[in-house]
Ligand binder design. Structure first.
Ligand code: ADP
Ligand code: ZN
Length: 818
């Protein structure tokens, strides 16, 4: 009997591919192990075993595999099942899910670039002959493709060797290098090994009696460390002992002191520290907890709808504790932006070393570590906090998923495939794993709230803030009138300036929100009306004053600010609109004494920049923090009494059926930063349009009203959650091709779906990175079988692919989202 495996290749193939294996291999292999396989003319890929069977493929002859790469599965069968769902629902291949789910180091293939790990100290005698050959080759040539290495050591099956070298930290893949950031190391000191005993120490101090400076260093070290052996940094020691770096170096050279480095960005929990007891819930939290548990007992997805600062996190903590008690794993999903050390520290406080963080900014090695700890159900990763991709970890005993800030749009991945929504995929994962799932938000998505209304989801509510702090008072400031009467100072109304002054005088802090980064969105010539455009994208360039640059926010193209208009030559360039940078500057001019900080993509680029700004605001080194949406999420500042929204209108005028919902959520979240701890906070919203329905609803804290309006609109215009949508995007450098391809596709769709096909239409930004884009939106009734519809669309795509004229046009699907 012949044996075969079907494997998942990490490329966009629609089907699994079959390879033949020997009987011995069949006995050894398990689903979820990796194998090295040949594919195409001469490529090697890392593939994942999905099925083991004895049926030969009918249309091609199965090739043999090169080699088995694992001793045990690295992926569970449940994951494969979940990935297939993701692939089929979001219309991509399971290979694409595989590729994005596992750390890059798991996916060696012939084109992968390999280089030496510059940070590792290699013990050459710990390497096998073959490993050494590779190592040596990389000493001479900085970077080699996997296939080149195969040629050098004259071996086809080079992946196992590279896999071992990766594990030994000797090499890196090029992808890892891109992802590498320099970890921030802090230098600590301790007493040398030899002087740990009291006798040895006594003798040491005696011997140093003639070196008073050195003995002062040693004594200072004792004082700093105290009884509980607190870790001491070199800097602390230098300051405390009033000595110099050179004296400490002398002591280190003499091996009296020993220095060591600890990375500060990896949130390591001090093992010696005792976890704190869980907080006692108040009656409202307690009630919510009971409702959640009752709903879990009915196996229902459950929504916790709790206003900002109502203490949702403490409720999550209770549920996590219960889950751990049962020996199960918990997953805490957050939008990337909310993944702050504030929250991580809070959870570590309760659960100590059981908390693992899975983050795209972490190195591949760290991600591999978390992967393996989750797979083997280690206590070190009982709780995983992570952004959307942590959904794809190999949980073996998942008991609870929490999707915090479930309404957040960053749970949706737009590029590349899989273009999935993490909340919705988490619900399916929970279903497959038979585990509980809680969605939490102060401003639930229309979808989730609709499911509650339909009784599909369970519901729990907390509608007052913890400690009975009142919800912030919201005031709309009509700047249309003020602008007309020329009573604005720059972009500030008198009302807002008064508010800032009053708060700062009380020793309180202020947050100012502006939904745009940069100094001013565009520069316009007042003579001819020209404004500089990005040569690659269909957008105007944005002016960044700090660097005196014009930048494209889509492709990072930039150029120096021109003195005069490029079109007409007149020196009449003027800025139009305004961003965070300008808000900061104007305010500084009006109130020179104010300590102002700014938080947006530009100021938080470095790895620690974000934390730094937050910390200095927390420590009250700043009076005012100006920022973009980054300010909205999961931050808990006790001393903020005023939140100012510079301009609410540019949020509302966004071409997306979710724009109003989003505006409500964003404004409610930003407002939620006001008055969390002590007294009632105040929110001032500047707008040209104070009678806008959404602004009225925000000021009345009328979530239900907003929901009802939105649901009616969606019903009328056939949008989710009442209808389903698929957006199909066509992309190519050639304008004409995009036009023709999308028109052909729309026509084919109309044969079956008639009026439910919208477009093709150019999006608001119709060219990005020199690629033209055009969209078709397909709307479906809820009861229309989704699988069939998708299969039909795919069929059209297959005919499309055979038309030579459309060659190279990319077809991209986004399900449920526009
Ligand atoms: P949310 O997540 O709903 O915005 P948090 O969980 O951050 O609210 O709670 C707001 C504040 O109230 C936090 O500072 C938190 O420590 C405090 N808090 C919440 N619940 C309790 C409790 N049961 N006992 C003591 N403090 C609490
Ligand atoms: Zn651009």
């Amino acid at each position: 009997m012949q044996h075969f495996i079907n494997v998942i290749l990490p490329i966009p193939l629609e089907k699994l591919f079959t390879y033949s294996i020997t009987k011995a291999e069949a006995n050894f292999l398990k689903i979820g192990m990796r194998v090295a396989v040949p594919f195409g003319k001469s490529k090697i890929h890392t593939a994942l075993v999905a099925e083991i069977h004895t049926t030969a493929p009918t249309v091609y002859e199965a090739k043999e595999i090169h080699q088995i790469l694992d001793d045990d599965p690295i992926v569970t069968e449940l994951q494969i099942k979940h990935w297939s769902w993701v692939a089929s629902y979001y219309m991509c291949s399971i290979g694409e899910v595989f590729r994005s789910a596992v750390p890059g180091a798991f996916l060696l293939e012939s084109e992968t670039l390999i280089l030496k790990n510059p940070e590792s100290i290699v013990q050459e005698d710990a390497l096998t002959d073959e490993e050494f050959l590779v190592f040596e080759a990389l000493e001479r040539q900085s970077m080699l493709k996997v296939q080149e290495i195969a040629a050098i050591i004259d071996k086809k099956n080079v992946l196992p060797i590279l896999k071992r070298l990766l594990e030994k930290n000797v090499i890196l893949t090029k992808e890892e290098v891109y992802q590498q950031y320099k970890p921030k190391l802090v230098r600590y000191v301790k007493l040398g090994e030899k002087y740990q005993s009291e006798d040895a120490l006594g003798a040491l101090l005696d011997s140093l009696s003639r070196a008073p400076k050195q003995s002062k260093v040693i004594l200072s070290l004792f004082q700093l460390q105290g009884r509980n052996q607190k870790k001491t940094t070199v800097k602390e020691l230098e300051e405390k002992s009033e000595s110099s770096a050179s004296i400490i170096k002398t002591l280190i050279d003499k091996e009296i002191l020993e220095d060591f480095f600890v990375r500060t960005d990896r949130v390591v929990f001090d093992a010696a520290k005792k976890p704190s007891l869980l907080k006692e819930l108040n009656e409202y939290q307690e009630k919510a907890l009971q409702d959640i548990e009752a709903s879990f007992a009915e196996k229902k997805v459950t929504l916790l709808h709790g206003v900002t600062s109502s203490g949702k996190t403490e409720v999550y903590v209770k549920l996590i504790a219960d889950c751990l008690e049962k020996g199960q794993q918990a997953l805490y999903l957050l939008p990337e932006i909310a993944l702050t050390t504030q929250l991580i520290a809070r959870l570590q406080n309760y659960f100590g070393q059981q908390v693992a963080v899975f983050h795209s900014k972490y190195t591949v090695h760290e991600r591999v570590e978390v992967w393996n700890n989750v797979l083997t159900n280690k206590s070190k990763a009982q709780i995983v906090i992570g952004a959307r991709s942590s959904l794809f970890l190999p949980f073996s005993n998942l008991g609870l998923i929490i999707v915090d800030e479930e309404h957040e749009s960053s749970f949706k991945q737009y590029d590349p495939a899989p273009r999935y929504h993490a909340r919705d995929s988490a619900i399916v994962l929970a279903n497959f794993s038979n585990c509980n799932i809680l969605l939490g938000s102060a401003t639930p998505s229309i979808e989730s709230f609709y499911n509650v209304k339909q009784q599909k989801y369970g519901y729990a509510q907390i509608n007052r803030r913890f400690g009975d702090v009142l919800m912030p008072e919201i005031e709309l400031v009509d700047i249309k009138e003020l602008t007309r009467k020329k009573r604005m100072k720059g972009h500030f109304s008198e009302r807002l300036l008064q508010g800032i002054t009053a708060a700062v005088e009380e020793g309180e802090q202020v947050i100012l929100f502006q939904n745009r980064r940069g100094f001013a969105p565009i520069v316009e010539c007042t003579t001819c009306g020209h404004s500089p455009q990005c040569p690659n994208c269909d957008v105007s360039l944005t002016y960044h004053q700090y660097k005196k640059q014009m930048r494209c926010h889509y492709c990072s193209y930039h150029m120096a600010l021109q003195q005069s208009c490029l079109a007409c030559g007149m020196a009449t360039l003027n800025t139009k609109g305004f961003g965070t940078e300008q808000v900061e500057q104007e305010l500084q001019q009006i109130m020179p004494k104010l300590r102002i900080g700014r938080m947006d993509l530009d100021t938080t680029r470095g790895k620690h920049a974000y934390e730094k700004i937050i910390t200095s605001f927390e420590k009250h080194e700043l009076d005012v923090l100006v920022g973009t949406q980054m300010l909205t999420k999961g931050l808990d500042f006790g001393n903020v009494s005023l939140v100012g929204i510079m301009n609410a209108d540019n949020l509302l005028n966004f071409p997306d059926f979710r724009a109003h919902e989003r505006s409500y959520q964003l404004l409610a979240q930003v407002s939620g930063r006001a008055g969390r701890a002590k007294k009632r906070g105040k929110v001032l919203i500047q707008t040209y349009n104070p009678y806008h329905q959404i602004l009225q609803q925000i000021s009345a804290n009328d979530y239900e009203g907003m929901y009802t309006d939105q649901i009616n609109e969606r019903r009328e215009f056939k949008y989710p959650p009442l209808h389903r949508i698929i957006k199909i995007t066509f992309k190519h450098r050639d304008y004409g091709k995009v036009e023709d391809a999308s028109a052909w596709f729309a026509k084919s769709l109309r044969v079956s779906f008639a009026d439910n096909v919208l477009g093709p239409e150019f999006p608001a930004v119709s060219r990005i990175r020199n690629q033209y884009l055009k969209n078709i939106v397909l709307k479906m009734k809820k009861d229309q079988p989704l699988g069939k519809t998708k299969a039909y669309v795919r069929k059209i795509e297959r005919s499309f692919d055979t038309i030579g004229q459309f060659k190279g046009v990319r077809v991209i699907y986004n399900v449920d989202y526009i």
